[in-house]
Design a protein around this ligand. Structure first.
Ligand code: SF4
Ligand code: SF4
Length: 97
């Protein structure tokens, strides 16, 4: 076997968000919507982590976790999730409608 599957599994468990895209400011203030993941349906494919243009996902125990301050609310992750378990919901930034 060329690849050690155990090593791959171990490495996949915790993946940091994109280190090339450290943010100094909270970029979430301009968004109108934010992604919410239904973890009961998530198949851990990490399409969202791969596709997010703002590196707003990190991976913990194989599951994608959104870094709120990096997310601009573009909705690309929700569009590409193969099982449609990411829903874009209105973001009121702590204020009422
Ligand atoms: S794309 Fe959807 S199914 Fe895949 S890891 Fe992300 S939330 Fe889970
Ligand atoms: S909504 Fe856009 S910026 Fe936010 S996590 Fe999804 S792909 Fe990334």
């Amino acid at each position: 076997m060329l690849v050690d599957e155990k090593e791959i599994k171990k490495e996949k468990r915790d993946i940091p968000y994109g280190v090339a895209h450290e943010v100094e400011k909270d970029m979430s203030s301009w968004r109108t919507h934010k992604p919410v993941i239904d973890y009961t349906k998530c198949i851990k494919c990490l399409t969202c982590w791969i596709g997010c243009p703002d590196f707003a996902y990190e991976v913990k125990k194989d599951f994608p976790v959104i870094r709120n301050e990096n997310c601009k609310g573009c909705g690309i992750c929700a569009e590409h999730c193969p099982v449609k378990c990411i829903k874009m919901v209105r973001d009121f930034h702590g204020k009422k409608d």
